[in-house]
Design a protein around this ligand. Structure first.
Ligand code: PMP
Length: 305
């Protein structure tokens, strides 16, 4: 593949097939993990970044002098920065202080400016700070992934169809982590149109509120919510799996050491939930999950040792 802009390398990521030779699961069953960490910016959010910029330009919300401002834990920032630089657009990201330093360095490497919001105010604090900044900076555009319907649409139009075309057999369950909820909502909606009986299963860390728990700090990064994302309301979710930091990190470590899959902790959590699901189902079933990002951005957290 010969390309002349890096955004052309986004998508068409491999699907890793696990069966009972890798992990104990019913005979003839398989888990397919979409290796989104192999996107050029190292995460699933490259899809969102390039879709947001493309739509923003098409809808006239972005012109060549626009500054893009976004609250982000990091991967969305990297994805937006990657797409923005191909159009020479300025980017400012508001990141809660506690989030991974490596992601902040990657955003800076792509020319973005980082502004911190207080860790204790979480992503909600980053959202309000971004809104304030957008009022102060003229010709700015705030895509706001937590509210913008282009977020699930990005996955409805890219990830969903890829999974459908690449796995030519019926898919029985789709299991994915929920942060903004965009990946889960967009991909589930597409797959449900193709397979009306598919089970859709969300994944959250302990400390997230989807199973009725109280918000609390957690170490698994990228998933978990303090409020119910608006994109989830049209869906009928079959189950939410809540994964502890310890279980998520254990699988993250195993995926690296045993399969060579250098993924982040939300992938370990998604895999833990996918294993629960495949073990609940009778033999011969297929579960699809997503490995959203790469290990390199968490090395300083020592979770792989
Ligand atoms: N995993 C990681 C590592 C992420 O950065 C994100 C996005 N915050 C997700 C999973 C969840 O994706 P979404 O925002 O689409 O729910």
């Amino acid at each position: 593949m010969i390309i002349s802009t890096i955004t052309e390398a986004i998508g068409s990521t491999p699907l890793y097939r696990f069966d009972n030779q890798h992990y104990s699961m019913p005979k003839g069953s398989a888990i397919y993990a979409k290796l989104e960490y192999l996107n050029p910016g190292g995460s699933i959010k490259d899809r969102l970044g390039s879709y947001l910029i493309k739509e923003g330009l098409a809808q006239g919300k972005i012109n060549e002098k626009t500054t893009i401002i976004e609250p982000t834990a990091g991967n969305t920032g990297i994805g937006i920065a990657l797409a923005a630089l191909t159009h020479r657009l300025r980017t400012i990201f508001v990141v809660p202080e506690k989030f991974s330093l490596e992601k902040q360095q990657l955003m800076k490497a792509l020319g973005a400016k980082i502004i911190h919001s207080p860790s204790e105010k979480g992503i909600v604090g980053a959202i309000s700070k971004s809104k304030k900044l957008a009022e102060e900076i003229s010709n700015s555009y705030l895509p706001l992934q937590f509210e913008n319907k282009d977020n699930p649409a990005a996955y409805y139009h890219t990830l969903g169809p890829e999974i459908f075309h690449e796995i030519k057999e019926d898919i029985h369950s789709f299991v994915a982590g929920i942060g903004s909820g965009g990946t889960f909502a967009g991909t589930s909606t597409f797959l449900k149109e193709k397979y009306p009986d598919i089970r859709i299963i969300g994944v959250e860390p302990e400390g997230s509120v989807l199973n009725g728990g109280d918000p609390a700090p957690h170490e698994i990064e990228g998933i978990g919510v303090e409020f119910i994302p608006p994109f989830l309301s049209p869906l009928s979710i079959d189950q939410i799996e809540t994964i502890s930091d310890i279980e998520g990190f254990n699988y993250t470590r195993q995926l690296a050491r045993e399969q060579g899959l250098l993924v982040g902790s939300s992938s370990g959590a998604a895999f833990a939930a996918a294993l629960r699901e495949i073990r609940r189902l009778p033999p011969g079933h297929r579960v699809v999950t997503i490995f959203p990002d790469a290990a390199d951005r968490y090395l300083s957290k020592n979770i792989y040792l």
